[in-house]
Ligand binder design. Sequence first.
Ligand code: B12
Length: 212
Amino acid sequence: MSLLNEISDAVIAGNVETTVTKVKQALAENVSASEILNDGLMVGINEIGTQFGAGKIFVPTVLMAAKAMNDGVDVIKHLLESEGPTTVGKAIVGTVKGDLHDIGKKLVVLMMRSANIDVIDMGANVTAEQFIAGIKEHKPQIVGLSALLTTTMNEQGNVIKALETAGVRDQVKVLIGGAPVTQGWADKIGADGFAADAAGAAVWSKAYVTSL
Ligand code: B12
């Protein structure tokens, strides 16, 4: 079995120690960080999503897999992030209120940083008020909103409305994403941008800040 398969299997098994060991081993064998992420860790967490959706496994198993995925990402994080000190813009990124999913959001933060954007990670379950306070404190050009549940997608729209009410909407561009989110949804709620994945978030953000 290939090392990348062993990594995805370790995530599926929720085996944190094996995941971390295998990721380190892959790095030592010159497998690139993006291959480890896309062809190892992501394959595992996607399989977990399929099994969870089909009712074959339950939340505790998903949590263990998420922990293995997160710890695996931690090992390759420094290779995905840019090491250059120059930043071309600033963003705040968080998962909206009511939503605890943060793996994808963390990857978005990593990839935006690798595009030389200074990103403040607001965490998960972030209220509209916290986003507004973040805008006032950090003065970002971009606000990234993640939502993984069809129920919390609505909160992305609520945050945009709250930014309008607070008078800060025109200071930022709002970029949205998350598994159930589409360009059509972005248009509907008046977001400025949508990206399907972390790489797309980085490309969109860099294109915007360098156009200023
Ligand atoms: C891991 C996981 C959990 C973990 C989360 C742990 C953590 N720390 O994140 C736990 C166990 C806590 C969990 C809980 C729940 N979960 Co859950 N979970 C998942 C799972 C298996 C994987 C999500 C994930 O991390 N994917 C990997 C990452 C890398 O992908 P991603 O998040 O999609 O992110 C990428 C893109 O979407 C995009 N992106 C993400 N954010 C952003 C933001 C911006 C700005 C941009 C541009 C792009 C972007 O870029 C990312 C990287 O490429 C998914 C299944 C799935 N396939 O999505 C279900 C899933 C999302 N969960 C689901 C459900 C139902 C729940 C619960 C309600 C279950 C329950 N009954 O309690 C709870 C809700 C808790 C809450 N209030 O949030 C459903 C949602 C159904 C729906 N359509 O609403 C899913 C789809 C499972 C399923 N098939 O039914 N879950």
